[in-house]
Design a protein around this ligand. Structure first.
Ligand SMILES: Cc1cc2nc3c(=O)[nH]c(=O)nc-3n(C[C@H](O)[C@H](O)[C@H](O)COP(=O)(O)OP(=O)(O)OC[C@H]3O[C@@H](n4cnc5c(N)ncnc54)[C@H](O)[C@@H]3O)c2cc1C
Length: 392
């Protein structure tokens, strides 16, 4: 089995790298110093280029005008975008393949295809104050009234609400045949009854904020339900699989950049008359980082190849958890070592290692914490055994 990229995949990765290096990285410091804000017009330009390159339609089926790139190719592109700090690569909507299975034909036209054109910006509201690791515990309700649902509850950490026009909200059905089951709904970001409780400040400086939202009897047409009543958790799991794999890929990219930057610094920084690269304690930090980054990338690409092979969904679910768990923990260790190699400079916000140390921390939390990934892996081991879990 090969995880190296064929010429076509390498070409896509090169496009993503050029976009990251030439268009996004030049704005890292400006974003960092201005709470994520970019000069007027820059985000629009980034989005336009991303859509032109094909990033917004990379995972969409060809039958719907998408590129339907192999998952390995998409992972290779995500690695490149992960090399950028300050969330600058979050500049385009992504029409993901699961959407074309879960959405109705009308929803595909109105939402998924508009995302491919960069004309629809969606955020996801699942987590609540008392339901994070276990989405089964959410309390937001959707009560059917004629041809509408009435949604009531509060959602936390809703990433990108400030730049979104649509919220995908998960709620528990109250009453009716599927009472207690979950469903997902499209809700306009400016719907009557939907308001921002507050926008907390987080560790990173991103243009995309993480609002706490209140749904106060928001009326959502039944036609805006995603899938059938009770499909909520299944659809959310499809989204989690995709996001976990891509988080793993971005963490590999972050680690790659950190190692390259720390290596370049170590070769030129002279202490006691010697480049610090000649000191074996520095060499060890770089060697350990390279080994772990390589292992994480192999694991992530292997999971991508398993997707491309059409492996069983349950196996893929555990594989994405393996990759996300290892890559996110690896990236934090690599960032910490990079800060150490940069010394005092590594503690300055203008330094890439300082920013990544703060930014990759959340990759051990969102889309399921490291503890939850371990539980998923352990459950897979228990049910299917080691060979099936790791795909050997
Ligand atoms: C910056 C950011 C952006 C986010 N964006 C979104 C978003 O766009 N949409 C959205 O819906 N959510 C979003 N989230 C929420 C995120 O997915 C949750 O924070 C995450 O799932 C953890 O839930 P929690 O914060 O409630 O922690 P909790 O579930 O309260 O967990 C607290 C601690 O307990 C541990 N724990 C929990 N259960 C177990 C167990 N069974 N065994 C062992 N340990 C356990 C956890 O691992 C963690 O260490 C975002 C979060 C952050 C920080």
């Amino acid at each position: 089995m090969s995880f190296s990229l064929d010429p076509e995949a390498a070409e896509w990765a090169a496009k993503a790298r050029a976009f990251a290096d030439n268009e996004l990285m030049p704005y890292e410091l400006e974003a960092e110093m201005n709470h994520g804000q970019l000069p007027p017009g820059v985000s629009e330009r980034h989005e336009r280029i991303a859509v032109e390159i094909g990033l917004a339609s990379q995972d969409a089926p060809r039958a719907h005008g998408g590129l339907e790139l192999p998952v390995l190719t998409q992972v290779a592109m995500a690695e490149q975008l992960g090399r950028v700090t300050n969330g600058l690569s979050w500049c385009y909507p992504e029409a993901q393949s699961w959407m074309f299975e879960a959405f109705s034909p009308e929803q595909i036209e109105r939402h998924a295809k508009a995302m491919m054109r960069g004309e629809r910006h969606v955020c996801y509201a699942i987590t609540e104050e008392f339901a994070g690791s276990d989405p089964g515990e959410i309390r937001t309700t959707a009560r059917r009234e004629g041809d509408h649902y009435v949604v009531t509850g509060e959602k936390w950490h809703v990433t990108s609400y400030n730049v979104a026009d649509t919220v995908i909200v998960q709620a528990v059905l109250a009453g009716g045949e599927h009472d207690g089951a979950h469903a997902l709904f499209f809700c306009p970001a400016d719907a009557e009854g939907l308001s921002v409780v507050r926008t907390p400040v987080y560790t990173h400086n991103y243009q995309h904020h993480h609002a706490i939202l209140k749904f106060d009897g928001v009326r959502i047409p039944a036609a805006d339900r995603i899938g059938a009543e009770g499909d909520g958790m299944g659809v959310t799991h499809s989204w989690f699989r995709r996001e976990r794999l891509m988080i793993a890929a971005r963490c590999c990219g972050a680690a790659e950049r950190l190692i390259e930057e720390a290596l370049a610094f170590a070769k030129t920084r002279i202490v006691s008359g010697e480049a610090i690269m000649s000191y074996q304690l520095i060499q060890a930090m770089l060697a350990d980082s390279a080994v772990e980054m390589h292992a994480a990338r192999l694991m992530t690409r292997e999971a991508a190849v398993a997707h491309d092979r059409g492996a069983d969904l349950k196996t893929l679910h555990a594989r994405c958890s393996l990759a996300k768990l290892y890559a996110s923990e690896m990236a934090f260790r690599v960032a910490d070592r990079a800060v150490q190699i940069f010394g005092g400079r590594g503690y300055m916000r203008e330094n890439v290692a300082e920013r990544f140390l703060r930014e990759v921390r959340v990759d051990r939390i969102w889309e399921g914490t490291s503890e939850i990934q371990r539980l998923i892996i352990a459950r897979a081991l228990d049910k299917r055994g080691l060979a099936a879990t790791i795909g050997s």
